[in-house]
Write a protein that binds this ligand. Sequence first.
Ligand code: PLP
Length: 384
Amino acid sequence: MPAQRMEQVPFSGIREVFEMCDRLEAAGEDVIHLEIGRPDFDTPEPIKQAAVEALDDGAVHYTSNYGIAPLREAVAAKFRADNGLDYDPDGEVVVTAGVTEAVFAAVLAFAGPGDEVLVPDPAWTYHASVRIAGAEPVAYDLDPATGFQPDLDSLAAGVSDRTTLLIVNSPNNPTGGVLDAETAAAIRDFAVEHDLLVLSDEIYEKIIYEGTHHSLAALDGMYDRTITANGCSKAYSMTGWRLGYLGAPAHLIDSLLRIRQYTTLCAPTLSQHAAVRAVGSDLHEPMVEAFAARRERVLERLADVPGMDAPTPGGALYAFPTLPAGVDDGWPFVRSLLEDTGVALVPGSVFGAVGEGRVRIAYSNSIDRIDEAFDRLEAWLDDR
Ligand code: PLP
């Protein structure tokens, strides 16, 4: 029998879409993947080369629980240069197996039975980590009317004396929203007032088109209470390498490190050596340029589909529009569109209640395929 808490841990809602895609492709259908939240590029050659060299040098053993020194130094230098954050590479930086592990370690270390964790709605899968930790996720809304900024009233309504942790994600999956300076300052005030720890998931930091990235830890009074998570998956198209990292003040690192000592021990050694070449480099730039052009095309094409309105996404790889006119339920729409045309999207409800009535479009595909997907969608809507 599964442990009782597993009753609270749902399968990812995107799984059903993946399974349908697999089935259709096995039957020879041409599926256009706009459901996958990952860059479609190969990892840049110099990064792959660094891994090859490390393998030839015999980098096949465990590393320190913190990660290899050159990578911790590269990460600390990146935090300093990009975010104005002064984490000590010896004791305030931990290399993780993806941001997934950084999130999981932070939640397990700082939330348990009886605790509540504020998670954005819509959001990536934070609620599941919170459930696995035995704590209670409490959603706060991201408001479409403000380009999906965190809604401060909703935050205030969600906090209680049981809240231990606030999770913030900017640029955001699934909305593409980028936290603005005013809202970042309000979140700082809120976290300080309620004496909360903050987990800031900044994995899409480098994929930003409009606005400026704000690292919450850099704001007054935040360094001591914030864990900053970031990684190589999205910026350097390294999802399979499983390489993330976090920065946190020494007094928080102890607990994070103890979780890590009993789970993954260290991030994959070859990936750590490869990441030394990636972190702080400009190797992401050509990919971000390609994403910018794709985003433009998605927005142009959305403008021609009645009902599909999205705030202009300032970052990440996603648009999060409302459903086409005359369509009022996300799952039946996504299923039928996929069955009938091979165009794969994700229903917004998968990401939380605020996502009801929306779909996520991931532009991790070429402009030609994006055009083809919209041609099929428009023809399908016309035929209904
Ligand atoms: N955080 C967000 C907001 C994401 O969208 C994702 C992946 O989609 C992750 C974290 C996981 O990243 P990683 O591959 O570094 O584990």
